[in-house]
Design a protein around this ligand. Sequence first.
Ligand SMILES: Nc1ncnc2c1ncn2[C@@H]1O[C@H](COP(=O)(O)OP(=O)(O)O)[C@@H](O)[C@H]1O
Ligand SMILES: [Mg+2]
Length: 238
Amino acid sequence: MPEPILQVRGLSAGYGAVRALHGVDLTVHPGTVHAVLGANGAGKTTLLRTVTGLERARAGSVLLRGEDVTRLPTERLARRGVAHVPEGGGVIAELTVEENLRLGALWRGRADRAAALREVCELFPPLAERLSRAAATLSGGERQMLAIGRALMGRPDVLLLDEPSLGLAPRVTARILALLRDLRARTGLTVVLVEQNARGALSIADHAFVLAQGAVAAEGSAAELLADDRVRHAYLGF
Ligand SMILES: Nc1ncnc2c1ncn2[C@@H]1O[C@H](COP(=O)(O)OP(=O)(O)O)[C@@H](O)[C@H]1O
Ligand SMILES: [Mg+2]
């Protein structure tokens, strides 16, 4: 087994008196898709935001390739290969598709940026056809593609995705999930996929864990969680 690319150890975070996350452990191996499941309010978004330094860790640590990055500012973590697609995508509606994409690679040289733009356009033909349109004109699925495309512009090793299927039709969700699976297969990208859509996420995940009230309630391979009736009924809703 190769060394984990991302490790979260005993991570706690919160908002004032609200303890949103307590003592969460997570180990992610390179080239895998790791699903983070759980109901609304379970702490999934807080977990990603604390990993990327957008929220302060109250306890615990985050290791990237074995190195402590717990207090690293978000943009420094991005330069080290960790990209975050926030809940809702965080696309800037007034900017064009191309301008949004370029925001994902501000720190890279001109040639790298051009190459990355070509790659993302190949990956997402609907974006390539709309580069000069305002992002506001995109459909929900195209916006999510744009959010993912922007994250990929920095050529990350680890992609953290917060509910990419939120508000999308099942057909569009299936397309986005298939795209992530292909991307992983093709590039060896590591994906941490936060989803309330447990069935969809488990269909492409290698490993998964379930958060409940800010703590890990169950974990295992995707096949193990799918085969566990107790976990499915209690936490996954199917
Ligand atoms: N900005 C905030 N201020 C106060 N409480 C928050 C804030 N964001 C989230 N919370 C609370 O933290 C807990 C975890 O929320 P969150 O991480 O958004 O869960 P999830 O993404 O799984 O739906 C919830 O109880 C939520 O109400
Ligand atoms: Mg959330």
